[in-house]
Design a protein around this ligand. Structure first.
Ligand SMILES: *Cc1c(COP(=O)(O)O)cnc(C)c1O
Length: 759
């Protein structure tokens, strides 16, 4: 049936009028219903083995235009709406974004589902149906405040199912109800499912901000994604969420196994579970529990589960590796406790090194250790990250189980992150190399043939200029920010974390500000754009946001500086903002302290949209640098080896990092001291600014002062080079051409070949 006919039937039945009589809201609802129902009608992929991708987060972003694209309906929908005098973008803007994730890890899971569906692989996602996604960030008085972010509407994407499972908590059983989102695969004619579990009777708003009664588990378990865990009740709720997810998910796996006609004894032949970071780790003891309930011996159950589960590590930050007190598990999931004790006993037998134990001396359960001993695969997410895992963070495990370790460099779906968010660039690429890259991103390499083609290079610059104009209009409309579209757009958009070093970028802003005030004007105007949310309980991150917002106000108010330097922080950075910022970016800030960013995926999105990277040799930046060559990227900073040595205090002179050594350089001191200058104190909160100032001088745990001078020099070199428009366009072209490696289709094929073996 043609889209227009189905749309007409839908609007008649629902609103009693033809599409041309409908408002945007009604058209949106009709299009959503059309996509949802077509996607759910697609056949599921087939295969003897099935993947369950377990993740506490799926940062989906708006689904409408992506689903239209995957269903092959986007052009038809756009043209038809145009006939009606409507705009698909305006219709889609009515969709609330499902932000069921914090950042990169959840967005990765969403890209993976898109690729699994596109490749027609037999796999589904398993997660939780949070009623409120990540909080909505609102700036008040140069500070972040948090508000609830509801996303569920009727009609919506969720498809109710009849599946119900009983989850046995210590205090009693709770029923898990399953909802699905159908994920249509581009080109495959198949759809996989994102399974989202919910409690049976969720409590309804109103919430008091993002505070709520963390004790009311039966009704509030799925209220919020990763609630504030700065207190005991919040941490306990997190364990409740995790066990709810894995228990219901494990029961779903076994139910489907039975429906497919296989015995529980054959689990490992027919099921593979990918554990996305440690949050779903309890799937291991839970599956063992359920298998022994179904008559397997402990040995058999452990053997099956160990050949079913595979673990992805996403971080080397010690504080991010979960260790739950056994006492929590005794409250939440008492039936797992004897199993975990037994797994700890077996692990100690297999590997006497006490650093690899599951239970430590303080009776805490090391979730990653359980995953490594009782999973068959451990992967890092970029080449450098995997090397650091093997040689440093997880070395005792690597020594014991070298065969389990592998690298699977992250990727992004080019359907959302190029075709959909940058249609002008996509059209330009089509014109050069045809449309094949839309199926196979490797074909982007064909663009290299146009390196010397002045016409193509000029059009590339024109597309970028148009995207910058579009962003300017958005910034004005959404937050009243006026930005010069002719300035260089220098963008750092990602979660706020000290290791990502937004504070170092702020020091750059201070440097430029002081230079301009001293009458040394830069070569060209720059707009430094930030997008970042801080975790509600992460105090230092909030101080950094405060600093950036104060700098923004300072610069805005200064007629001498404003023409040369602008600072804009977008409010409520999310996938929707990312889709606007990334196509408009000239210079992509990827400046984490080397060794700390496992991979990054923002770096890949920016590259694919023709931004040039300014980055440290960290995470997947290393692979980007290898692909594009030194003339098409700006790198700087201490190497990961140097940083690791500094943390260990094992530099040749036995020295460890002391920020004061760097602070006392005159060029650095004036930047840091500006945090407590009269100019900033007149705008900002003195306690916040001076706390950050003291931290930077006295601790600077992520070594911003170590790299800041080189950072400023290299950034200014990039801004100089920007002036040679032809040569800059060539850099852009090479970046787009080489980005195909970072397609999540490639990543998923590789997971399948190395780990899943689905077909
Ligand atoms: C891609 C993405 C991220 C991850 O960004 P990194 O730079 O890799 O940390 C975070 N948030 C959103 C909304 C994204 O789209």
């Amino acid at each position: 049936m043609l889209l227009r006919d189905q749309l007409r039937d839908l609007t008649r039945a629902r609103f009693g009028r033809a599409p041309d009589q409908c408002d945007d809201r009604q058209l949106y609802e009709a299009l959503l219903t059309l996509c949802r129902d077509r996607a759910r009608a697609l056949p599921a992929p087939e295969g003897e083995r099935k993947l369950y991708y377990f993740s506490a987060e799926f940062l989906l972003g708006k689904l409408l235009s992506n689903q239209l694209l995957a269903l092959g309906l986007r052009d038809e929908a756009r043209d038809y709406l145009e006939e009606l005098g409507r705009d698909l973008n305006a219709v889609e803007s009515l969709e609330p974004e499902p932000s069921l994730g914090n950042g990169g890890l959840g967005r990765l899971a969403a890209c993976f589902l898109d690729s699994i569906a596109a490749l027609g692989l037999n796999g589904d996602g398993v997660g939780l149906n949070y009623h409120y996604g990540l909080f909505r960030q609102v700036f008040r008085g140069e500070k972040q405040t948090e508000e609830p972010d509801p996303w569920m509407e009727k009609p919506g994407w969720l498809i109710p199912t009849d599946r119900r499972f009983s989850v046995p908590f210590g205090a009693g059983e709770l029923t898990a109800v399953l909802y699905d989102i159908a994920v249509p695969g581009a080109h495959s004619g198949r759809a996989c499912r994102l399974h989202l579990f919910d409690v049976e009777r969720p409590a309804h708003a109103p919430w008091n901000g993002i505070q709520f009664d963390k004790g009311d588990i039966p009704h509030q378990l799925t209220a919020f994604l990763y609630p504030d865990d700065s207190d005991e009740a919040g941490r306990l709720l997190r364990v409740y969420q995790q066990y709810f997810l894995v228990s219901a998910g494990s029961q779903l796996i076994l139910a489907e196994l039975e429906e497919r006609g296989f015995a529980p004894e054959a689990l490992a032949d027919h099921v593979v579970v990918q554990i996305n970071d440690t949050h779903p780790s309890m799937v291991i003891p839970e599956l063992i529990r359920l298998l022994t309930q179904r008559g397997l011996t402990m040995d058999q159950a452990v053997d099956q589960v160990s050949r079913t589960c595979a673990y992805t590590n996403h971080t080397i930050l010690a504080e991010a590796l979960e260790k739950w007190p056994l006492a929590y598990l005794e409250t939440v999931a008492p039936r797992l406790v004897p199993i975990i004790r037994e797994l700890d006993r077996r692990a100690r037998e297999a590997c006497p090194d006490p650093r690899t134990a599951i239970l430590d001396g303080q009776s805490r359960v090391h979730m990653a250790h359980m995953d490594i001993h009782f999973g068959f695969s451990v992967n890092g997410v970029a080449a450098l990250h995997t090397e650091i895992l093997k040689t440093s963070e997880l070395k005792p495990f690597y020594d014991r189980y070298p065969e389990k370790f592998r690298n699977e460099t992250n990727g992004i779906t080019f359907r959302r992150w190029l075709e959909d968010c940058d249609p002008e660039l996509a059209g330009l690429i089509d014109g050069c190399i045809g449309r094949g890259w839309r199926r196979d991103a490797w074909e982007l390499e064909g663009l290299l043939a146009f390196r010397e083609d002045a016409g193509v290079l000029d059009r590339l610059l024109a597309v970028k200029a148009a995207n910058k104009d579009r962003l300017c209009r958005d910034l004005l409309a959404r937050q009243g920010a006026e930005v010069d579209p002719m300035s260089v757009f220098d963008i750092q958009a990602k979660r706020l974390h000290e290791y990502k070093r937004q504070q170092m970028n702020a020091l750059y802003v201070i440097h430029q500000y002081l230079e301009i005030k001293a009458g040394r004007l830069p070569e060209r105007p720059v707009t430094v754009l930030f997008g970042a949310k801080a975790a509600p309980a992460y105090v230092m991150a909030k101080h950094i946001i405060h600093l950036i917002l104060c700098l923004s106000r300072l610069v805005e108010a200064d007629p001498q500086v404003r023409p040369w330097l602008r600072v804009v922080m977008v409010e409520n950075y999310n996938v929707t903002w990312a889709e606007r910022l990334i196509p408009a970016c000239d210079l992509s800030e990827q400046i984490s302290l080397a060794s700390k960013e496992a991979s990054g995926t923002g770096n890949m999105k920016f590259m694919a949209n023709g931004a040039v990277t300014l980055g440290t040799l960290d995470g997947a930046n290393v692979e980007i640098a290898q692909l594009v060559g030194p003339e098409n990227i700006y790198t700087f900073g201490a190497s990961s080896d140097q940083v690791i040595a500094l943390y260990r205090g094992s530099e040749p002179d036995g020295r460890s990092y002391r920020p004061l050594d760097y602070y006392h350089r005159p060029a650095v001191e004036r930047l840091v001291d500006f945090l407590v200058s009269p100019e900033l104190l007149a705008i900002g909160d003195p306690v916040s600014l001076s706390t950050l100032w003291r931290d930077m001088k006295g601790k600077d745990w992520f070594m911003a002062l170590l790299d800041v001078e080189e950072y400023i020099a290299v950034k200014n070199r990039a801004l100089h080079d920007y002036g040679d428009r032809r040569s800059w366009a060539k850099k852009m072209l090479v970046n787009v051409a080489k980005s195909g490696y970072f397609s999540s289709d490639r990543t998923i094929r590789q997971y399948n070949e190395d780990i899943w073996h689905l077909k």
